[in-house]
Design a protein around this ligand. Structure first.
Ligand SMILES: Cc1cc2nc3c(=O)[nH]c(=O)nc-3n(C[C@H](O)[C@H](O)[C@H](O)COP(=O)(O)OP(=O)(O)OC[C@H]3O[C@@H](n4cnc5c(N)ncnc54)[C@H](O)[C@@H]3O)c2cc1C
Length: 528
C-alpha cells in the first residue's frame, strides 16, 4: 500500500517532544504530519487504565521540568492542562523513623535538626547555592547548544553560553565547577553529616542515573532536578490532573487546532533521501510520506544507524554513536490500592505526606550498595524507591475510596547476567519491591488489588527506548549539552539535510520538559 501524501514537515514519534515540535512549526504556518508507531500518542507521558477502574501515569509520573514558555506559547492551559503542586515535599522512610521535608523551610530546618543541628544550619545555604547556579543554567536549556566544528554559525552560541555563566559571581562559579567535577557523595559529605539527609538529597542524583554515588561527575545531577518549577515556584514538583497523558493530550489538542495531522499505528522504518537531502519517510508496512523536513522524536541511535542507515556519518561519528550509553536501570510499577499505606513511623491521622514523594533511600551507603549489587547481579534486592500516590490529589484516577501509587525504582539493569530474562523474573522482582515498602507500611501488600510491572525490557519494547533508558541516553557530562547526542550533532541538525532530532536524545535531555521539541522547531524555522 502506497500513499503520496505530502506536507512541509514529517515528525517521527508523537511523544510530548514530537508534539511540541509539531505545534510550534504549525504555529509558524507549516503543514505538519506526525507519525506515531504505537496506537496512542504521548510516548512516556501517557495515562492508562492499568487495572479495571484504576488509571495512572504509566511511565513518567511527576511534573516539574515542563517549561513555562512551552505552556504559554502553546496555550496548554486553554487546551485543558492543569498542574497541581505537591505541597508535602519528600518523606524519607528510615528504619523505625522517617524524615519529612516539606517546602516550608522552617519546618524542614526543624526536622533536619532532629538528626543534626549542624545540618539544619547549613541546609538553606546549600539550597540557595544550587538554586543560583540552576537559574544561570536554565537559560542555556532553552537554546540549541553550540556545535563543535559547525563553522562561524556555531561561534555565537559558544560565546552566549560563556556570557551566561560569566554572570555568576566568583563563589557560584566555584560551586558550578564543584558540581561538574565532584561525585554526588563527596559533594554531600562536604556539606552534611546526617545519613538520612544525604540519602534524601542524594536520591535526586540517581533518578534515571545508573552510577555509584561516589563516581566523579555525578554531583551535577543535583542541578538537573533543580531546573524545574511549578507555577513559578522554582524546584517544585507537581502532578498533572488526569495523569501525564493529560499533558500530551493538551499539546495534541493545541497541535490539531493548528492543523497538525496525527497518525497512530505508523512505525517509520526508513528516511527517504536523495543527494543528501530528506524527501520523506517510509513506514514498516510500506506507506510512503513525502516532506523536505523530517524531525525525529526517537532515540538518536535508532535514528542515525537504522532510519538514516548511517548516511553522512564519519568514522568518528559512527564510533561515538555506537558507544552512546543508554542504561537508566529503571523499574516501574503501578499499583491499585484498596486503602492508603499506613506507615508505622507516622501517626495514623497524619496524611499530609501523601501529597508528596515518599522515598526509600535512607543513606548514601544504601545507594552505593544498590548500585554495586545491580552492577554485579543485574538488579538490587534493596531497591531505591520513590512512591507517589496521585489519587490523594486527583480523585479522577480511581473508583471512590481506591487509590493508585506510582513506584519508581532504581538500579535494575536492562541486561541481566547468566542469560536471565526479565519476562521470567519480573513477578518475583515486583514482589521484592512490594516487600521493601511493606517493611515500613505493613498493610501495603494486602491493600494491593492490581499491579502493572514495567521492567527495563518492557520500557524498551513499549517505547523503542534503547536499553530501557528513560532519558533516551544517560545524562552524564560526556553526553550533555554540546556533546549530546554526539559532538558535531548537538544543534538538532543531522547529517542528511532536512533531518532534525527533536527528542530527549537532544539537549537538554530527558524529562517532560518540551524543550528538545521547542529548540528543534526553532532551528528548523531558522533554516527555512
Ligand atoms: C518509567 C519512566 C519514568 C519517568 N519519570 C519521569 C518523571 O516523573 N518526570 C519527568 O519529567 N520525566 C520522567 N521520565 C522521562 C520522560 O518521561 C522522558 O524523558 C520523556 O517523556 C521523553 O519524551 P520524548 O517526547 O522525547 O520521547 P518519548 O516519550 O520516548 O516519545 C517518542 C515517541 O516516538 C515513538 N516512536 C519510536 N520509534 C518510532 C518509529 N520508528 N516510528 C514512529 N514512532 C516511533 C514512540 O512510540 C514514542 O511515542 C520518565 C520516563 C520513564 C520511561
Amino acid at each position: 500500500m502506497k500513499s503520496n501524501s505530502s506536507t512541509d514537515v514529517i515528525i517521527i514519534g508523537a511523544g510530548h517532544n514530537g508534539l511540541v515540535c509539531a505545534t510550534y512549526l504549525a504555529k509558524a504556518g507549516l503543514s505538519v504530519r506526525v507519525l506515531e508507531a504505537r496506537d496512542c500518542i504521548g510516548g512516556a507521558a501517557v495515562t492508562e487504565e492499568f487495572h479495571p477502574g484504576f488509571r495512572n501515569s504509566v511511565y513518567s509520573y511527576s511534573v516539574s521540568l515542563l517549561h513555562p514558555k512551552v505552556i504559554a506559547d502553546l496555550d496548554l492551559e486553554a487546551h485543558g492542562l492543569e498542574i497541581l503542586e505537591r505541597p508535602a515535599g519528600s518523606l524519607s522512610l528510615l528504619p523505625n523513623d522517617h524524615m519529612q521535608l516539606t517546602r516550608d523551610s522552617e519546618q524542614a530546618k526543624k526536622e533536619i535538626a532532629r538528626f543534626s543541628k549542624r545540618d539544619a544550619q547549613r541546609i538553606e545555604q546549600f539550597e540557595d547555592q544550587i538554586a543560583v547556579v540552576a537559574r544561570a543554567l536554565r537559560s542555556l536549556a532553552i537554546k540549541a547548544p553550540p556545535n563543535f566544528g559547525g563553522g562561524w554559525r556555531s561561534l555565537l552560541p559558544f560565546l552566549q553560553s560563556g556570557r551566561q555563566l560569566h554572570q555568576l559571581d566568583r563563589q557560584h562559579r566555584i560551586v558550578l565547577t564543584e558540581l561538574m567535577t565532584k561525585s554526588l557523595g563527596d559533594y554531600l559529605d562536604a556539606w552534611f553529616e546526617g545519613d538520612a539527609l544525604k540519602g534524601l538529597l542524594g536520591f535526586e542524583g540517581v533518578i534515571g542515573n545508573f552510577a555509584d554515588p561516589y563516581q566523579q561527575g555525578t554531583a551535577y545531577v543535583l542541578l538537573h532536578h533543580a531546573f524545574g518549577e511549578v507555577k513559578g515556584r522554582e524546584g517544585a514538583w507537581g502532578i498533572a490532573r488526569g495523569g501525564m497523558g493529560a499533558i500530551s493530550d493538551a499539546i495534541a489538542r493545541s497541535a490539531i487546532s493548528r492543523g497538525v495531522i496525527i497518525e497512530t499505528g505508523a512505525p517509520v522504518a526508513r528516511i527517504i533521501s536523495d543527494k543528501g537531502s530528506a524527501r520523506g519517510v517510509v513506514t514498516q508496512d510500506g506507506r510512503e510520506y513525502f516532506a523536505p523536513i523530517v524531525s525525529a522524536n526517537i532515540h538518536p541511535q535508532i535514528l542515525l544507524t537504522k532510519l538514516m542507515e548511517r548516511q553522512g556519518l564519519t568514522d568518528d561519528d559512527n564510533r561515538r554513536i555506537d558507544a552512546y550509553r543508554s542504561h537508566s536501570a529503571t523499574f516501574r510499577m503501578n499499583v491499585a490500592l484498596s486503602e492508603l499505606p499506613k506507615f508505622s513511623s507516622l501517626r495514623p491521622d497524619d496524611d499530609f505526606h501523601f501529597k508528596g514523594a515518599i522515598e526509600l533511600c535512607p543513606s548514601l551507603s544504601y545507594m552505593q550498595h544498590a548500585y554495586r549489587e545491580a552492577k554485579h547481579d543485574g538488579w538490587t534486592r534493596k531497591p531505591i524507591i520513590s512512591m507517589q500516590i496521585p489519587s490523594t490529589q486527583d480523585p479522577t484516577l480511581t473508583p471512590k475510596g481506591g487509590h493508585v501509587a506510582s513506584l519508581f525504582c532504581q538500579h535494575f539493569q536492562r541486561y541481566l547476567p547468566n542469560d536471565e530474562n526479565w519476562d521470567t523474573i519480573k513477578e518475583s522482582v515486583a514482589d521484592t519491591v512490594i516487600s521493601a515498602i511493606d517493611e515500613h507500611a505493613p498493610n501495603f501488600k494486602s491493600a494491593i488489588v492490581g499491579r502493572q510491572i514495567k521492567t527495563p525490557l518492557d520500557i524498551e519494547r513499549d517505547l523503542n527506548m534503547v536499553g530501557g533508558d528513560i532519558f533516551h541516553g544517560a545524562l552524564h557530562l560526556d553526553q550533555f549539552h554540546a556533546m549530546r547526542p554526539i559532538p558535531g550533532l548537538a544543534d538538532h541538525r543531522m547529517p542528511i539535510k532536512g533531518v532534525y532530532l527533536c527528542g530527549s536524545g537532544a539537549h537538554p535531555g530527558g524529562g517532560v520538559s518540551g524543550l528538545p521539541g521547542h529548540n528543534a522547531a526553532r532551528e528548523i524555522l531558522r533554516d527555512r
